[in-house]
Design a protein around this ligand. Structure first.
Ligand code: PBG
Length: 322
């Protein structure tokens, strides 16, 4: 006879009491803020489908990073828009590539901020795919060498963490080996281990100008229907040397985050992607939802599911509220 002995409402009667028994809390230290770096100087172009986010030149990115650090956010993740693209994505691994220039400037100018380099080719290839294209297909093994070169260029420029997001088989091992060969054995790898072929990346592809010119990414990114396969992907990445694992997108895949946290000991990151952000922003701006509350609720649900780290375009706004 639980009721009337038990009344869960007793612990909900005031904010002080609710706060005392709260199981999950957000902190600025949970967040990673994604940034898009482009050529030029003094450039700060708002991304239409992602209000409040910009393509920024290196000088602007540095200013942005000072603000991010001052809010207590420990890390940014960088995406690059190169001057020009080619089939092999050479801008990704050029010593003076756009992301490498940004990394050097941030590491020189901003204290107390980690720079994570997204390691992928799609922003740099003329065809927009995440690797070496052979006919209509992305050649897995030929891509590994390009990814190794990209990781090496990023780490040499001063990146603190390398985050491969391409979903080629064997890339974590290939990158680990390349880095270790060059004495960069202490650079951690944050593997986008369970990355789904998701329509929620739509706005990002405008932001990073990285939409595939033919076909789609379903030949390498995961089928949204699969959860067990995600565990297999994570397991393989850990065997190959991943230091942290990521599930992406976040809110439509909370079951995957939850299970990853239960099954593996490594830190789990979740990426609240562009489409998740844009939907909340759009509905909020229309007055259809309470933007601030939905933002906070979306982030707490991702953390409650098991994420230790959240990559989110809301990082600055949320950090200011905490
Ligand atoms: C690069 C990459 C993508 C995202 C992060 N890294 C795009 C894609 O795979 O098409 C998406 C991030 C977002 O939507 O916010 N491969």
């Amino acid at each position: 006879m639980p009721f009337p002995i038990h009344r869960p409402r007793r612990l909900r009667s005031s904010e002080l009491l609710r706060g005392m028994v709260r199981e999950t809390r957000l902190a600025p230290a949970d967040f990673v803020y994604p940034l898009f770096v482009c050529p030029g100087e003094g450039v700060k172009r708002e991304i239409e489908a992602m209000p409040g986010n910009y393509q920024m030149s290196v000088d602007q990115i540095v200013e942005e990073c000072r603000e991010v650090a001052s809010l207590g956010i420990p890390a940014v993740i960088l995406f690059g828009l190169p001057e020009s693209k080619d089939p092999e994505g050479s801008g990704a691994y050029a010593g003076d590539g756009i992301v490498q220039r940004a990394i050097r400037a941030i590491k020189r100018e901003v204290k107390d901020l980690l720079v994570i380099a997204d390691c992928c080719l799609c922003e740099y290839t003329s065809h927009g795919h995440c690797g070496h294209v052979d006919g209509q297909d992305v050649d897995n093994d030929a891509t590994l060498e390009l990814l190794g070169k990209t990781a090496l260029a990023q780490a040499t420029a001063g990146a603190d963490i390398i985050a491969p997001s391409d979903m080629m088989d064997g890339r974590i091992g290939a990158i680990r080996e390349t880095l270790d060969d060059k004495g960069l054995k202490n650079i951690p790898i944050l593997a986008y281990a369970a990355k789904y072929a998701s329509a929620f990346y739509g706005p990002f592809r405008e932001a990073a100008e990285s939409a595939p010119q033919f076909g789609d990414r379903r030949g390498y990114q995961m089928d949204p229907a699969n959860q067990r396969e995600a565990m297999r992907e994570i397991e393989l990445d850990i065997e190959e040397g991943a230091d942290m694992i990521m599930v992406k997108p976040a809110m439509p895949y909370l079951d995957v985050i939850y299970r990853a946290k239960q099954e593996f000991d490594l830190p789990v990151a979740a990426y609240q992607v562009s489409g998740e952000y844009s939907m909340i922003m759009a509905a909020g701006r229309n007055g259809w939802i309470d933007l601030e509350r939905v933002m906070a609720e979306s982030l707490i649900s991702i953390k409650r599911a098991g994420a230790d780290l959240i990559l989110t375009y809301f990082a600055k706004t949320m950090a200011r509220k905490l």
